[in-house]
Write a protein that binds this ligand. Sequence first.
Ligand code: FMN
Ligand code: ADP
Length: 177
Amino acid sequence: MGQDTVTRATAKQHGDRLGSELHLWCQPLRKLRQEDYLSLGVQDCIEGLHYGHLPYFCRGQVVHGFGRGSKQLGIPTANFPEQVVDNLPADLSTGINYGWASVGSGDVHKMVVSTGWNPYYKNTKSMETHIMHTFKEDFCGEILNVAVVGYFRPQKNFDSLESLISAIQGDIEEAKK
Ligand SMILES: Cc1cc2nc3c(=O)[nH]c(=O)nc-3n(C[C@H](O)[C@H](O)[C@H](O)COP(=O)(O)O)c2cc1C
Ligand SMILES: Nc1ncnc2c1ncn2[C@@H]1O[C@H](COP(=O)(O)OP(=O)(O)O)[C@@H](O)[C@H]1O
């Protein structure tokens, strides 16, 4: 299946949800070569299309989370509001995914995103995105756009904060490949 097929299928699948915004998301995917697709998990995308959940596009206004990302983990994560989390499709697995993100109409960067109940903290369901970019300022209140293109692993419990941090850093390294 060629890359145009993936983006057309994606556009058809998600067109109603995102309307005219969608073509913006197809651009970074189109620029990639076949081997980049595979390393980014486009095989996952292709397989995901059969199951109807990947790639998954969503956007929402960034809200404050539980205030632990920067302070406890040293890894800031932008939280989606309840409406976005509550409207995630039932067939989108919880766990750790990766893909692309932009803030407002800014540049598109790689990202890792964690969706679920954070077994280490046992909180309410959240969807938290770490964008692999250094921002000059906090962007709480701005619109976050994400394109989830692949899946890494389920959320896990850990016996120490250090182990949780090390797992997240491993995900970030994996997403750089
Ligand atoms: C890539 C990534 C992987 C994560 N993996 C887990 C996990 O396996 N288990 C878990 O309890 N939380 C996991 N988290 C969620 C962190 O616990 C969460 O981001 C942290 O609690 C900060 O939340 P806050 O921004 O709402 O304060 C992960 C977060 C990211 C970005
Ligand atoms: N690279 C980044 N990825 C995600 N959020 C970032 C990043 N850089 C700065 N931020 C900011 O940090 C905030 C998240 O910080 P965090 O400490 O996890 O707090 P909270 O739990 O209150 O959301 C985001 O809302 C965003 O404004």
